[in-house]
Design a protein around this ligand. Structure first.
Ligand code: PLP
Length: 396
């Protein structure tokens, strides 16, 4: 009955784990939820007010498919100020979240049989969006000892005549690592040499820590910009996950194709959310530094706590709000009758035995790790860490 493409994909494992934790909580169980992929902060007040005003003003009808001019102008200004990138309105498309922007790119670019390079560990939706468009995900392993940055020479070895694009995500979900300028330059050179597109998912741009510099690969030079589609959005920067506003910036012909696709699927993103997004991008930005400082504090606490657990090794993340500890030293051990041999075993053990929800690394392409989101209170992090420590110490 169903089309073949449906058989190739699975529901988002991160959303599934979050739903499971929430369901257990609803049953009255005291769950510490480290599975979440959204800031635990409220959307800033002035952003909510802008949406309420939009409703009161009757701004509740269809808008142009690709977004209202006012929002495109705010996005253009953001690129100029934050990334030193110049775009015109024809080079911008606003969609219903960055996930939707990425989906539009997939539909516009990938032909059946095209290969799309995805550095692994990866965000869960990249491979499935490639598969849904009858293209082929080609995984490129990255390693802890390289701070999970891909090795350019390995990238080159994965490129074939069929390679259409590479998807980059910096800062990364799930590793929390941020690409440096030198590596981005090396990747860009290879992409230009082989004429492949770079899709750069920069949704965690505002959450970069220590003295790490955020670099948009498109800003390296004009030639690179012409081969890059940048994806960004308001979900993480302004705690607006439910508003569904994301955007893409790139070459006019690709943006036009994506806009046509969107015109035949969702039409415009919600009119009210677009007005809220204008307020978010053009209004006071102090919210971001408050959220950033709190995430930074939690990051240090969580990573120190994880590294104090026997058998756990965790790099200090430089971006986003995830820690990605290596727990493989604990595989093969047992607590009573329960044996842990994989990241899923560990996630299930911690959920059922310690009442801590997190996501198994296998969902992101590497079974040696688990992903812990610190988009939750310090109190929860403290409690969750204690529970993890206790449960892991029982593994013998
Ligand atoms: N890209 C990455 C790497 C993400 O982690 C997420 C959300 O978890 C998204 C894109 C999607 O964000 P949005 O809410 O804008 O669709």
């Amino acid at each position: 009955m169903l089309a073949d493409r449906v058989k190739k994909i699975k529901p988002s494992p991160t959303l599934a784990m979050d739903a499971r934790a929430k369901a257990m909580k609803a049953q009255g169980l005291d769950i510490v939820n480290f599975g979440v992929g959204e800031p635990d902060f409220d959307t800033p007040e002035h952003v909510k007010e802008a949406a309420i005003k939009a409703i009161r003003d009757g701004f509740t009808k269809y808008t142009p498919v690709g977004g209202i001019d006012e929002l495109k102008e705010a996005i253009i200004e953001k690129f100029k100020i934050d990334n030193n990138l110049e775009y015109t309105k024809e080079e911008i498309l606003v969609s219903c979240g960055a996930k939707h922007s990425l989906y539009n790119i997939a539909q516009a670019l990938y032909a059946p049989g095209d290969e799309v390079i995805i550095p692994s560990p990866y965000w869960v939706s990249y491979p499935d969006q490639v598969l849904l468009n009858d293209a082929v995900p080609v995984f490129l392993s990255t390693y802890e000892e390289d701070n999970f940055m891909l090795r350019p020479e390995v990238l080159e070895s994965k490129i074939t005549k069929k390679t259409k694009a590479i998807i980059l995500n910096s800062p990364s979900n799930p590793t929390g690592l941020t690409y440096d300028r030198k590596t981005l330059q090396a990747i860009a050179e290879i992409a230009l040499k082989h004429n492949i597109y770079i899709i750069s998912d920069e949704i965690y741009e505002k959450l970069v820590y220590d003295d790490i510099e955020f670099v948009s690969i498109a800003s390296l030079d004009k030639e690179v910009k012409n081969k890059t589609i940048v994806v960004n959005g308001l979900s993480k920067s302004h705690a607006m996950t439910g508003w569904r506003i994301g955007y893409a910036a790139g070459p006019k012909d690709i943006i036009k194709a994506m806009t046509n696709i969107q015109s035949q699927s969702t039409s415009n993103p919600t009119s009210i959310a677009q007005k809220a997004a204008v307020a978010a991008l053009t209004g006071p930005q102090d919210f971001i530094s408050i959220m950033h400082a709190e995430f930074d504090r939690r990051r240090k606490f969580l990573v120190d706590g994880l590294n104090s657990i026997e058998g756990v090794r965790c790099l200090k993340p430089t971006g986003a709000f995830y820690a990605f500890p290596n727990i493989s030293k604990l595989y093969g051990k047992k607590a009573g009758e329960r044996r842990v041999d994989s990241s899923l075993d560990m996630a299930m053990y911690l959920l059922e035995d310690a009442r801590v929800a997190l996501v198994h690394g296998e969902a992101f392409g590497n079974d040696a790790y688990i992903r812990i989101s610190y988009a939750t209170s310090m109190e929860n992090i403290d409690k969750g860490l204690e529970r993890i420590k206790e449960a892991m110490s029982r593994l013998k």
